[in-house]
Each structure stands twice: as structure tokens, then as C-alpha cells.
Design a protein around this ligand. Sequence first.
Ligand code: T4K
Length: 399
Amino acid sequence: MQETPSIGLFTGKPAFPQPLHVGRPNIGNRDQLLKRINGMLDRRWLSNNGPLVQEFEKEIAGYLGVRNAVCVCNATVGMEVAIRAANISGEVIVPAYTFVATAHAVQWQGFTPIFADVDGTTHNLDPANVERHITPRTTGILATHVWGRPAPIAELESIARRHKLRLIFDAAHAFGCSYRGRMIGGFGDAEVFSFHATKFLNSFEGGAICTNDDALAKKIRLMINFGFAGFDNVVELGTNAKMTESSAAMGLTSLEGIAGIVAANRANYTAYRQQFSGIRGLAVMPYDESEHCNYQYVVCEVDPELSVLNRDELVRVLHLDNVLARKYFWPGVHRMEPYRTLYPESHLHLSETERMAARVMVLPTGTAVSTDDIARITDIVRTALASAGAVKRRLSEMG
Ligand code: T4K
């Protein structure tokens, strides 16, 4: 009699009693955090450009080597503000393979995101494809550094120069990463980081708009505070995009701990790369180790031609063992609303995005995941692949 494969799909008992998440927050030194929060309470200064926000901005700018860092409540609103401050309107080219916030930040302003395709090797915008989408109505490019791997910055800067476009980077994933030896943060007209709980550096919720353009930074500072230039003096259309002092307290504490976060992420990434190597049809995406990397995402591509289980089957198997792998950025932003209805044909020219969306599986990592956990995850994957026929039958019985 054949032995039952020892994975949750068959045993009904997950390998991990508690879920392993992608994006489990990294928590820095609690004592430092609580000290800062206590100071904040003592000062009774909770928001509106308080001392912790000012300190956090100074630390970010110094760390990245950029002239201005403006803290904001999150990266989505940060991108909306950056777009407005840079006088972008009309059509804006965005990748279709990104988190939905990139496109929403454009659409929410009443402007038009135009989806360009990505390069299947880098997962980042394909510059030639960007250029094909430029029309007389195009005013800007909003490019994501997907997984913290830099977008093709030099090529995009050259396109922006030639066509007189503004260039903003969605750097939500890229804090602590570099491009040709220079930290991400100072490229294009502005770069927008996310410090969301799930990000490499977190401030609960939060973000920062970084720019070397002082005039742009001045405008951004006005815009994030309703356009106020002093008591009772509103000089711009603005919104409320301010970061709170408690977020800055968490951000500063996270920043102090980033060496430890990188070390944990890097050890996990190396463990996945080693343990998945030799598994047919599975490849863990490499980082360029000659650059600064945050190793925040372990991205595994499942080749449907080579792997005996496809990405969706593997994700289902892993979930039954409490390994909550994610299918980012499936199904592609162009297939989400309102874009799916607005541009029903767009998938026809986004073949690489469609291909990536069907094969990428992001695996749990971060300081809450150990290399022992990764060995167990690898066992689950290997066991499932070795019993692919039974796995497929069982999954189809489950519906
Ligand atoms: N641009 C890009 C390229 C982005 O990836 C993002 C955000 C943005 C812009 C926008 O930045 P912000 O406006 O948020 O600053 C998650 C994050 O919520 C989202 O911030 C992130 N990208 C995206 C890639 O991942 P979901 O929809 O997957 O979130 P959710 O609720 O499923 O959480 C992810 C996992 O993390 C879950 O398994 C639970 C775990 N988790 C989450 C939180 C918040 C925890 O364990 N603890 C927590 O506190 O989007």
C-alpha cells in the first residue's frame, strides 16, 4: 500500500500550527519604541510636523543621500501628492505588473494610467514598451522598483528627457536598495517609499517622498498639509497626508534595526535559493548582490511547462500547511477594476505581465521566519511535487 504524503493536503493537519505570512512586520527594539512613544505623550505633540517626524526625515535623507525626504501617511497618498506637485496630468505610463496602488494613485486624480508591459526577466518596466505608449497627452511615467530591484532608471530618465516627461518612482519596495552604487531615493523627479507594516522598514503606516528638487519638495510640504504656509494662510490646493508622531517613532526604531532585518532576510533568501535549486520548474529570483538589497521579497517563479504542479496548485498546497504564499501581482492591475472595464482589451498587449502574473509565488520571509521553517517549507514543496498526481486528484475533489 502506498504511504500517504505527509503534507496538510492529505493529513488535514498543517505543518505549521500558526500561519507563516508574507509581510509579517519586523518589530524593532521595543524599549526604544516605547521610550519614543512616552516622550511623544509627555510632549503632547502627536502630529503636524512634530519633532519625531522631523528627526525621521533627517535620518532618511542622510541614509539615502538625498536632499529632501518628506514623510507622509502612506505611499499611495504620497504618490498622489507627488503626481500633483510635479504637474502631471492627462496620461501617465505605469507598469501593469505592480501593486494596484500605483495605477490607483493616477486614476484617483482623474488622470489616465496607461499600462505598459514589463520585462519578464527583471519584472520591471520594459523601456521600449514604455516608449511605444507615449502620445501627445502623456505627461509622466510612474515606474515601480518591483521587489526592490531597481527599474531601468537610466533608460527611463533618457526617455523622460527626450519626451519632456516627468518621472516618478514608486519605490514602495526599495528602501535600502541601490542602483549603480547610489541609493534609491534620489532618481527621477521624486521617489516614493512605503513604510507600511508589511514593508522592509515599517512605521505602522507611512511613507516618504524623496527628491533632490528643492522647489518640488517645498510644494510637496505645502500640499501634504492642506496647502498651509503658516497660520490661516492657504497658498495651494492640498490634502492631509501628514505622518503621525507615533509612526515616526516606529520608523526611527525600525531604521536603527535595519542591519538585523537585512541579515535575516538575506539568510532566508540564501536558504530558499539553495534549497529550491535543482527543483525542476521552480526558480527563486536572484538579487544583484553587488548592490545594496533589502531582500524583502522571496519571489519564486513556477514554470508551467516544466513543473509538474502549477503555481496555483502549489499555493493551495502551501496554504493547507499554513504557509501563506502570495500570488502577487495576480491577475495584473489591468485585470482589476476599474481598469478591466475601462480597457477590456489591454491584456492583448501585456503578454509578459500576463505570464508573470500566472507564475509568480511570493514566499514568507522576514524576521518572523527561520531557516528551519524554510527547510520545512521546502520539504512540503518537494513532497507535493513527488506526489503530483495524487495532489491534483485531491485538489480537484476539494473543488
Ligand atoms: N506600491 C507598491 C508597489 C506596493 O507594493 C504598495 C503596497 C504600495 C505602492 C502602497 O503602499 P502603502 O500605501 O500601503 O504605503 C500588502 C500591503 O498591505 C501593501 O502595503 C503592499 N504594497 C502589498 C504588496 O502587500 P495585501 O493586500 O497583500 O495585504 P494583506 O492584508 O493581505 O497583508 C499581507 C500579509 O501580511 C498577510 O498575510 C497578513 C500579514 N500582516 C499584515 C499586517 C498589516 C501581518 O502579519 N501583520 C500586519 O500588521 O497588501
